[in-house]
Design a protein around this ligand. Structure first.
Ligand code: 5GP
Length: 125
């Protein structure tokens, strides 16, 4: 079920639990600002999720409330992961779902990184 992004941060959400090491994830990158790991149900040959370490419900929450250092660190981490995954030359897609119409299901900001094949239309017809 898509989440309501205006709700307060839920510290029991699945990505908060991954950040705390309470449940496993196939990590590909970690630094002070971000953690990246493979999506459990990949929708492309490469499907990595990049999440900030801070407690932000969504892109809206993060862009409005995160300190500049956290925003810069997170954006740099997303770019770093894409390069590390070899996605730059062939190309790739970034996606951040927000709220009900966006179809966001996990209430901790995450950017999807898709690649590894031509990705087709941006939004299904
Ligand atoms: P959203 O729809 O919120 O943008 O995307 C949530 C993503 O998280 C989905 O692609 C889903 O497959 C992924 N996901 C949900 N639970 C887990 C989990 O426990 N581990 C991992 N690695 N990915 C998850």
């Amino acid at each position: 079920m898509p989440i309501d992004p205006t709700l307060a941060y839920d510290h029991s959400n699945i990505f908060a639990r991954i950040l705390r090491g309470e449940i496993p994830a196939k990590k590909v990158y970690e630094d002070d600002f971000a953690l990246a790991f493979h999506d459990i149900a990949p929708q492309a040959p490469v499907h990595v999720l990049v999440i900030p370490k801070g407690a932000y419900v969504s892109w809206d929450d993060f862009s409005a409330h995160a300190p500049a250092e956290e925003i810069a660190g997170f954006i740099r981490a997303v770019g770093h992961v894409a390069r590390e995954q070899g996605l730059v030359a062939p190309g790739y897609r970034l996606l951040a779902n927000v709220g009900m119409d966006g179809g966001q299901e996990v209430p901790h900001l995450h950017v999807h990184l898709f690649g590894g094949k031509p990705l087709g239309r941006m939004i299904a017809a």
